[in-house]
Design a binder for this molecule. Structure first.
Ligand code: ADP
Ligand code: MG
Length: 399
């Protein structure tokens, strides 16, 4: 293990030459820093023709978009690499490949996905990938099933819960998802015209009790090794292909959190579409998003059920009917977590471009208001929304 120092572009090239395992390491000659995320350094390592061959990603000891005043654990790089290695073992088709990692340097080398595009960008630009949602559902089914008690042997599972203990990153989620939006906090950000909507959320006791329940489950339910941040900006797509990246929030938590985050980002896009596209295009794209939400859940639930039938190792959890009952709880959680994602991305610390890039101010506020009202509805009604078709009906009702 090496002693931590921040890599320069030249260091990143040298590091990739030594550890990437490419055929002709000497062909790697330059590095370009491309990190557009909030947290880390990301270098593309280029050959003499300027073609990117591998990615070197390094964690900084603080939150990049805020600065050194917000220190953050370097262990997140180990968690990210090890989560992706575990998920990649069970779903190589849809997990970015980790070629090498070093916990001391908080660095990893990943396969280069420059021939893919970040899904959020495509969703905003109205480029439809009809297979993406189903592929994401397949990824979640495979990753979550194989790290759950259906499949992991109990002693191994408990050791894994320890290996993936990620307290500092979890605290970010605990605060940003489940606390800040419901109190007065300097990290929140929203326009004055949403003040009345925000006040209504903060004054709604029943809503806050439901959010408390979701937070409590996030704190206490070690169901499976979650990705922990599986929004559309952590997903690369290309025609017929999908790869998940950026798992530094990985930990053992409630499965519904990953499903809810993913569905929430599709629905944030749904809410933003009338401000991003003309009327007719927006209507078509909204139908695609509802289809995506449906495909995502059905692929996840169908995939999980099939794996549970075929591969469950605990003879009691394998009892016919149990997986279906468990998936219903995951569904109710997912609807609730989806609601919290809609709210926190609209009035909390980290926003999404699907809403924030809407140029017309009045339209932007209208779309944001819709995200808030849909979020509140889903959190409050989660237990009364029996399935994904009922969810789609609720979204349509919300306007
Ligand atoms: P952060 O953890 O800081 O959010 P990300 O892992 O999301 O960093 O990466 C930031 C950006 O770097 C991505 O949006 C993408 O443009 C680029 N990137 C990250 N990983 C890869 C990869 N494996 N291949 C190509 N580009 C990548
Ligand atoms: Mg990111």
């Amino acid at each position: 293990m090496s002693v931590y120092h921040t890599l320069t572009a030249a260091d990143a090239v040298e590091y990739a030459r030594r550890h990437a395992g490419v055929d002709q390491p000497g062909a790697l000659v330059a590095a370009e820093e491309v990190g557009d995320g909030n947290l880390n350094l990301v270098f593309k390592i280029l050959d003499g023709q300027g073609v990117s061959r591998v990615i070197v990603k390094q964690a900084l000891p603080y939150v990049r978009c805020v600065g050194e005043s917000w220190p953050l654990t370097l262990d997140r790089a180990r968690i990210e690499a090890e989560t992706l290695l575990v998920h990649g073992g069970f779903c190589p088709r849809h997990t970015v490949r980790i070629l090498h990692h070093d916990a001391g340097l908080a660095v990893m080398i990943q396969e280069d996905l420059s021939d893919h595009t970040i899904w959020r960008r495509e969703l905003i630009n109205n480029v439809y990938y009809p297979q993406a949602a189903g592929q994401l559902g397949e990824y979640l089914a495979r990753a979550l099933f194989h790290t759950s008690d259906f499949y992991q042997l109990p002693q191994h599972k408990k050791a894994e819960v320890g290996r993936f203990s990620n307290p500092e990153m979890c605290q970010i989620t605990e605060d940003l998802f489940f606390t800040d939006p419901y109190i007065d906090h300097e990290r929140n950000a929203y326009p004055p015209s949403l003040a009345a909507d925000v006040a209504a959320i903060r004054g709604d006791g029943a809503l806050k009790v439901a959010v408390a329940g979701l937070k409590h489950r996030f704190l206490s339910q070690a169901q499976a090794l979650l990705h922990g941040d599986v929004h559309s900006g952590s997903i690369f797509v290309a025609e017929g292909r999908l790869k998940v990246i950026d798992a530094e929030f990985g930990y053992y938590g409630p499965m519904g959190f990953d499903l809810g985050t993913a569905m929430g980002n599709l629905l944030l896009n749904y809410c933003g579409l009338p401000g991003l596209l003309d009327l007719r295009q927006a209507a078509d794209a909204r139908e695609q998003r509802l289809r995506d939400v449906r495909e995502l859940w059905l692929a996840f639930a169908g995939g999980f059920q099939a794996l549970a039938l075929e591969k469950s190792r605990d003879i009691m959890l394998a009892e016919p009917g149990y997986a279906r009952q468990f998936l219903h709880q995951v569904w109710v959680d997912a609807v609730g977590y989806c609601g919290t994602e809609l709210i926190r991305r609209t009035i909390g610390f980290a926003h999404v471009a699907d809403l924030d890039t809407i140029s017309d101010e009045a339209m932007r506020h209208q779309c944001q208001r819709q995200a808030l009202s849909l979020g509140g509805t889903l959190i409050l009604a989660a237990a009364r929304i029996p399935d994904v078709d009922a969810l789609v009906a609720r979204v349509r009702q919300n306007g």
